[in-house]
Design a protein around this ligand. Structure first.
Ligand code: ADP
Length: 450
């Protein structure tokens, strides 16, 4: 600041000195020739002309400074030109640095294995790298400023963009000659309206996953027939009265094991059916209250079980596959019964609200410690391998539940405390819910069966 002030006062002094010199010389000349006013007028007109000329030189240089070198006119004008030239040089230097940085950034982002797009507040396209351009067939000049949902119209992607949980990604199969799967993940920066969309090529992973699923499905399918034959022969042998007593015990064990294998094969086949994206998905009206009452009855038919209470707070039905929904409810209820002592209770609750319909299976059983909860729905995941095996479980039940729910657009929440019990709740979207007549709802809003 001090430097600026000293420069300014220097320039002011220079101008004042020049004006004083000019005025005194004009007065002197005027005194000699006897016309002071005329001498002053001529000198100031000349001075004005000189200033105008300098102003024109400055104007020309400022307009064409990128091609002209700074004019050499000294004095206060020279100072002004020097200052402008310095600011211009500094600006040029920063501009070149930013351009170089941008070029470097583009080279790096184009070399990235992932696609990246920068979206504005209204999802308009602000920037994208080479991979995004190639995979989504974007054009630099044409597509900037266009909303991404008008360029990438896959329903799953549009749904993710509008209502998605951005902590997750969405995987989409592209339509085209070649099979390609892309996963999209939105990244939001704190305090910014712009968003970064990261795209990853999942084709290889999806192919491997499909191969793995096909292998499991084929192997299970191939095992089914020999197992049926073995079970048949074992049953026939067990019915044979002439069979040596010594063979009774081993035969029973063989029957138990073949039954276990049959259950495993059936569960694997069921899981592969649920996992197959293109699999048939019936849409029928499923009477959930009726189904739950039936399942409860089935459990009660067994000799040992905890107390089972059914709370039907809604007569809402669901649109979906009855077989798949039955499998969901059966798995949840049989798990609750399996892992709850006879002295405990299992509460099955069905209700609806403005979000949708919900089913809870709450038990007072052994519970599950927190570290296991995120992995419970993985295939073959068991908290206690020994106990689960003894109870006949393969760790496939909750995996089946998860996939069947996914096919119905529903979610599963699990909360549990070791030693206290667990709560498994399924949440169905409102679009899946169909209501009985309102009369029934009001008349019979809650009933509890014990
Ligand atoms: P499994 O056939 O072994 O029961 P699931 O996939 O149904 O397999 O369940 C996975 C694991 O989750 C089980 O091995 C068990 O440890 C645990 N689990 C499931 N439901 C309950 C429950 N209601 N109470 C306690 N543990 C449970």
């Amino acid at each position: 600041m001090k430097l600026i002030e000293s420069r300014m006062s220097e320039t002011t002094w220079q101008i004042a000195l020049r004006l004083t010199l000019l005025t005194s010389s004009a007065v002197l000349v005027g005194l000699i020739v006897g016309h002071i006013a005329a001498a002053l007028a001529i000198v100031f007109a000349g001075y004005l002309f000189f200033q105008l000329r300098n102003l024109l030189i400055l104007d020309r240089w400022v307009r064409f400074r990128s091609v002209l070198s700074p004019p050499d006119i000294g004095g206060p004008w020279g100072d002004v030109i020097a200052v402008i030239a310095r600011i211009y040089r500094r600006k040029q230097f920063h501009k070149q640095r930013v351009v170089a940085l941008l070029r470097e950034f583009r080279r790096l982002t184009d070399g990235m294995p992932d696609g990246a797009l920068l979206l504005g507040e209204h999802n308009e396209l602000l920037w994208f790298n080479y991979k995004a351009e190639r995979w989504l067939h974007l054009r630099r000049k044409r597509d900037f400023g266009i909303r991404i949902e008008n360029l990438v119209r896959y329903p799953a992607f549009v749904q993710y963009l509008e209502h998605g949980d951005y902590t997750q990604s969405v995987t989409v199969a592209l339509s085209g000659e070649q099979e390609q799967w892309l996963s999209f993940h939105m990244v939001r920066a704190e305090g910014s309206s712009q968003r970064l969309l990261i795209i990853r090529d999942m084709t290889r992973e999806m192919r491997m996953e499909a191969m793995r699923k096909d292998f499991v499905a084929n192997a299970s399918h191939e095992l089914r027939s020999p197992l049926t034959v073995i079970s048949g022969y074992l049953d026939a042998l067990a019915d044979d009265a002439a069979l040596d007593k010594m063979w009774r015990e081993p035969l029973e064990e063989m029957r138990r094991q073949s039954e276990r294998m049959r259950t495993l094969v059936e569960e694997l086949l069921q899981l592969s059916r649920l996992e197959s994206v293109r699999g048939p998905h019936e849409e029928q009206r499923v009477d959930v209250p009726g189904l739950l009452a039936l399942l409860r009855k089935e459990v009660l038919a067994h000799e040992h079980h905890p107390e089972i209470r059914l709370h039907i707070d809604s007569h809402a039905c669901l649109m979906g596959s009855e077989a798949e929904l039955q499998s969901v409810f059966t798995n949840l209820i049989s798990n609750a019964v399996k892992y709850t002592p006879e002295t405990g209770t299992v509460d099955i609750r069905w209700w609806h609200d403005e979000q949708g319909a919900h089913l809870s299976v709450i038990d007072t059983g052994i519970g599950i410690s927190q570290e296991h909860l995120p992995r419970l729905t993985e295939r073959f995941y068991r908290v206690d391998q020994g106990r689960s095996r003894k109870l006949g479980g393969f760790g496939l039940g909750l995996s089946i539940v998860k996939h069947a729910l996914q096919r119905h657009g529903a979610t599963l929440t699990i909360s549990s405390e070791e030693g206290k019990g667990s709560n498994f709740t399924c949440h169905f979207q409102i679009t899946r819910v169909v209501h009985e007549s309102p009369r029934t709802l009001e008349a019979d809003n809650l009933f509890v069966m014990k």
